[in-house]
Design a protein around this ligand. Structure first.
Ligand SMILES: *Cc1c(COP(=O)(O)O)cnc(C)c1O
Length: 399
């Protein structure tokens, strides 16, 4: 029987990284000592006080439907955190809790975009963005950022990419996969262009607390009241509190957009898991030391990995301001060979490293930038050292 799947699904291409990830998994299962740089989540356990809050909620029978947009307490806690950390004022009606920030972004795409709409995405980008825009039957417009611009979108690039069809721009800072972020001045310049053309700004700030060297994270919404009305601020507990499996994210922004998302959510997922909401509440209201300790460990690893990669021949490594990834350029190696194996792009390189040296990295082509590859340092220092030794050896064998 031929199964007819809806046409919207045909635009969602299987990730080119899937083959690499699957192969790495298979090798590991065979007992091969694979060093993985693929992790998209912190390697730390969820802090104990957060887990205890979920256990307590469970034991107290907090196991029924909650309000669709999340409990009043959790929405208020998100508002309180935004006020405390950034001086941003949101009413509860301007906040909706969803099943992870990915779900928040999905809801935004479904309530804002229609066929023909264009959404600007700077590359390298998180793979989910274009996929969700395709599901909404709108058109992603990819704008390539340059390493010499620290992988930042420039106001000129934004101006050039905007058309009458532009409905939104998607900004993610600190960025996955490059770790870059924007200063207040840079954001102000981008914001001016966006406001002039009256486009929405979807601001994915999921890594706002994972920043280094005293870098200041500035939410776009803080820049002006006018901008706050056009910005949909997306965040969640996944990265900040090492809670990826709990699935709690949120949007703060215009109340009409939030109301539309509430309507959509009421007919799709309903509320996010009740006890996960209790855990998220404890995360937001409890001590923030756990995040600081995690960031300190990440910083040590980042310093090490950037230094090692920068010293490798043919490799350039941008020093990121945040998140837990590096996105070095390996383009200096393209055209080289190892025996019969020609390395011409990021997929060739990832394949070579995995097959010959048992190191898994994510090829940059998956993020729309073939010169680089993503290495996550959400893994132990011991693994990082071992993996970098292998990469160094692999590179030295290229002719
Ligand atoms: C991890 C991540 C998210 C969302 O994660 P959730 O677990 O769905 O909250 C969103 N954006 C980026 C760029 C991410 O890396």
């Amino acid at each position: 029987m031929e199964v007819k799947i809806a046409p919207r699904m045909s635009q969602i291409k299987p990730s080119p990284t899937l083959a690499i990830t699957a192969k790495a998994k298979a090798l590991k299962a065979q007992g091969v000592d694979v060093v993985g740089f693929g992790a998209g989540e912190p390697d730390f356990d969820t802090p104990e006080h957060i887990k205890e809050a979920a256990v307590k909620a469970l034991k107290e029978g907090f196991t029924k439907y909650t309000p669709v947009p999340g409990t009043d307490e959790l929405r208020q806690a998100v508002a309180d955190q935004l006020a405390r950390d950034y001086g941003l004022e949101y009413a509860k009606e301007e906040i909706i809790i969803s099943c992870g920030a990915k779900h928040s972004l999905y809801n935004i795409a479904m309530v804002l975009f229609k066929p023909g709409d264009e959404v600007i995405i700077p590359a390298p980008y998180w793979v989910t963005y274009p996929a969700q825009i395709y599901i909404a039957e709108a058109t992603p417009v990819i704008v390539e950022t340059l390493e010499e611009n620290q992988f930042k979108l420039t106001p000129e690039q934004l101006k050039e990419a905007i058309t009458p069809q532009t409905q939104a721009i998607l900004l993610n800072y600190p960025n996955n996969p490059t770790g870059t972020s924007y200063t207040k001045e840079e954001l102000e310049q981008l914001a001016q262009v966006a406001l002039k053309h009256d486009v929405w700004i979807i601001s994915d700030e999921i890594y706002d607390k994972i920043i280094y060297d005293g870098f200041t994270h500035v939410p776009l919404a803080t820049l002006s009241t006018q901008l706050k009305e056009k910005t949909l601020l997306v965040n969640g507990v996944s990265k900040t509190y090492s809670m990826t499996g709990w699935r709690i994210g949120w949007v703060a922004g215009n109340k009409d957009v939030v109301a539309a998302m509430n309507k959509l959510q009421s007919q799709s997922t309903s509320n996010p898991t009740s006890i996960a909401q209790s855990a998220a509440l404890a995360a937001l209201q409890g001590p923030q030391k756990c995040t600081q300790e995690m960031v300190a460990a990440f910083k040590e690893r980042r310093d090490y990995i950037v230094k090692r990669l920068s010293n490798m021949e043919g490799v350039k490594c941008f020093n990121p301001m945040g998140a837990f990834y590096v996105f070095p350029s390996f383009a200096g190696l393209y055209g080289k060979r190892h025996g019969d194996r020609l390395i011409n792009n990021s997929l060739d390189l990832a394949d070579y490293l995995l097959n010959e040296y048992n190191v898994a990295i994510v090829p940059g082509v998956a993020f729309g930038e073939d010169k680089g590859a993503r290495l996550s340092y959400a893994t132990s220092m011991e693994n990082i050292k071992k993996g970098l030794d292998r990469i160094e050896e692999a590179i030295s064998q290229l002719r």
